[in-house]
Write a protein that binds this ligand. Sequence first.
Ligand code: KG4
Ligand code: ZN
Length: 335
Amino acid sequence: MRILAIESSCDETAAAVVENGRAVLSNVIASQVEEHKLYGGVVPEIASRRHAEAISGVVQKALDDAGTTLDGIDAVAVTYAPGLIGALLVGVNYAKSLAYAKGLPLIPVHHLRGHIAANYLSHPELEPPFLCLVVSGGHTHLVRVNDYTDFTVLGRTRDDAAGEALDKAARAMGLPYPGGLHLDRLAQTGDNAAFRFPVPRVDGAPLDFSFSGLKTNVINQLHNAVQKGETLKKEDLGASFLAAVVKNLCDHTKQAALECGCKTIVLAGGVSANSVLRSEMQRLCDKQRWRLFLPDLPLCGDNAAMIGAQAYYEYNAGKRADLSLNAFATMPIEA
Ligand code: KG4
Ligand code: ZN
């Protein structure tokens, strides 16, 4: 079964053709990052307009790269939640039009389910159940993936997402957008023990996360240094902050895995590209004799191939949308 998938939840206009949930026939991404960089973050109004301009060309290229036309497609899938509402609506309406024009089934896909499914593309042998740490710009979830379309959230962030905290701290340090990526590079030359950070705890919910305190701590250290006229080594501050965030992510993942008896750990979302997170999680899993699956780097960030992968399993589970399909800025992954 060949699915044409569309993703436009944030600042990448993406389309892909995926066969039977596992084989990527094409994967096209038009990034708007250079434009949003001017403003230090994603400007929703600009994102929607760029999606509207790019989507036809991106979809056509995905079909061309896959060596097919719409006549060779069996279903259309689209990210319908969560994300920037104006951005999502562009993809949703485009997908609806294509499905209607060609009489094809329309499959709505949850963006975070898509991030998890990126791992099915990178690892043909991976099957649920497993424990997944989803770390993106907008979400931080510890999820037990019971089956392809059955999820239990074990922990979530109470404030900033991990990526959001990295982006905001990086911005305060004068790094360009997307901050997480630039912080990863900067931290490689820093001393990760140079600065100390408190360990965040959420009372009564040990698997939940809280990153806003760590982020504010970085910003305060920067301000204090400026006020005292001191120069602060940003490589060291960045490396120490990143180490604190990663330690927290790894500690919670370990606790969740022990509690649910999961011996297969999976990472997903834009922050899963982080070099420190990847190596520390590998260290943890080696020590515990757990298997770790990491998405290939090009599949960590937003793309449509992951949406096409998840769509196959949603379709098999009977999920369909009609032409009244709407987009939603928020939606639980279990819904
Ligand atoms: O999953 P994603 O592409 O978009 C959302 O669904 O939010 O995640 C974007 C996030 C941003 O916060 C970005 O800074 C972060 O992923 N990111 C990284 C790295 N590459 C992207 N964070 C840390 N290290 C990286 N190498
Ligand atoms: Zn994403």
